[in-house]
Design a protein around this ligand. Structure first.
Ligand SMILES: *[C@@H]1O[C@H](CO)[C@@H](O)[C@H](O)[C@H]1NC(C)=O
Length: 400
């Protein structure tokens, strides 16, 4: 019983072999130096492993578009060309409209040439299928002097969406004002994109610019599209989606002024720009009216629009003891990894590798142990145990 206790309260430490060789000595120190440099330079300084990070940024975005355009001899203001009107982080600026006025419920010919027909027999194939602009009736009726098309029941007359119209060029000079407020919940840190350096007179005159006005929250549409490497006229014709990204990379150890937004711009629907089946972005909406006799009529609008998505992401870091300790322990442990490499070189490739092996691994055979008396037997056994472990070291084919 007592011997069990004394056995338990012991300390074991590894026996080391010191190799006095320039080659392996230099390799060892260089490897250690590289590992230390990696941890200090990359892990601690660059990646800031001593900080806890909060990536779950909470954010609110408010937008406001300004500018007047002229379209079809009418002046268009914000209420005409921005939809939805709430000023959220996703909004559309309409650049081109195809309007079909005074539509009422009734029967009329399809407007698209693919519904061209000679007699009713050409139209029966469309029955029970959705038509272009309404439910097909199976009849062939006169569309204009030169063409007959299949008849539909629905809102009439049907929209003619292949007419060519020019987009509203003034959109290029419209401005988007973005108000963004963020919070890092882990540190309870709040900030907005109106930095303390921005005052009222600056905001009334500035325009965002990547170099000189990189914190100005007012963006000219033409600039945004240019920063996203798009051609304004092409985009205005077909429609598209532009992303305005606001990134908050904050080092909260370094004071408030080191937490600033950085803006970047991309086209989000990049896939549709080289796609001939469904290029661009458009949608339809209608305005409804009532005639004196109570029947409804409407104006149908097919709108081509540039949609802007304001995307906010963020990442804040602040010094914390736990990641610092964990990463320091990892660094110290990793310095030991150098030994692995040095052992491989020492025991296999260096001149005199066999002598090093003999020093590193002491061989004890069974017959030797048997010949010893009990007292010594135990110490030999533990030696044998150590030796077994040491075969796990990196000597190829020595014991195997
Ligand atoms: C946009 O504004 C500039 C400068 O104010 C002006 O020269 C240009 O003609 C405007 N562009 C359009 C399409 O109105």
């Amino acid at each position: 019983m007592w011997s069990c206790i004394t056995d338990f309260f012991t300390y074991e430490t590894t026996k080391s072999v010191v190799v006095k060789s320039w080659t392996i000595g230099i390799i060892n120190r260089v490897v250690q130096l590289l590992i230390i440099a990696y941890f200090i330079g990359w892990v601690f300084v660059h990646e800031k492993a001593y900080q806890v990070r909060d990536t779950a940024v909470e954010s609110s975005v408010m937008t406001k578009v300004k500018g007047f355009g002229i379209y079809n001899n009418r002046v268009m203001d914000v209420a005409d060309y921005v939809t939805p009107t709430q000023g959220a982080s996703v909004f559309c600026i309409i650049t081109k409209l195809i309007t079909t006025e005074n539509q009422v419920q009734g029967f009329c010919p399809e407007s698209e040439p693919k519904y061209h027909c000679i007699n009713d027999n050409n139209c029966t194939k469309y029955l029970n299928k959705p038509g272009g602009y309404g439910i097909p009736t199976g009849k062939c009726v006169r569309f204009n002097d030169t063409m007959k098309t299949c008849q539909i029941q629905g809102w009439c007359p049907a929209e003619i969406d292949y007419i060519k119209t020019e987009p509203m060029k003034e959109v290029e000079n419209f401005t988007i004002f973005i108000k963004n407020s963020i919070r890092f919940p882990l540190f309870d840190y709040t900030k907005g994109n109106f930095l303390p350096t921005i005052n009222k007179s600056y905001i009334s005159s500035c325009n965002f610019d990547m170099v000189h006005h990189k914190y100005c929250p007012i963006f000219r549409v033409g600039d945004v599209i240019q920063y996203a490497q798009q051609d304004f006229m092409k985009l205005a014709h077909k429609g598209g989606v532009i992303g305005i990204k606001i990134a908050w990379m904050c080092d909260l150890d370094r004071g408030d002024e080191h937490c600033s937004p950085s803006y970047s711009f991309t086209r989000l629907d990049a896939m549709s720009q080289n796609n001939s089946i469904s290029p661009g972005y458009n949608f339809r909406f209608a305005k409804y009216y009532k005639m004196d006799n109570g029947t409804d009529y409407r104006t149908l609008v097919k709108a081509f629009a540039i949609r802007f998505d304001v995307l906010v992401n963020g990442n804040a870091g602040k010094f914390n003891m736990i990641p610092t300790l964990i990463n320091m322990v990892a660094a110290f442990t990793s310095v030991g990894v150098g030994t692995v490499l040095c052992d491989i070189i020492l025991l296999n490739f260096l001149k005199g590798a066999d002598q090093y092996k003999a020093k590193k691994f002491e061989e004890v055979s069974d017959t030797e142990i048997d010949s010893h008396i009990n007292g010594l037997y135990r110490s030999q056994l533990s030696l044998r145990h150590d030796e077994k472990q040491s075969t796990d070291s990196f000597s190829f084919g020595h014991f195997g």
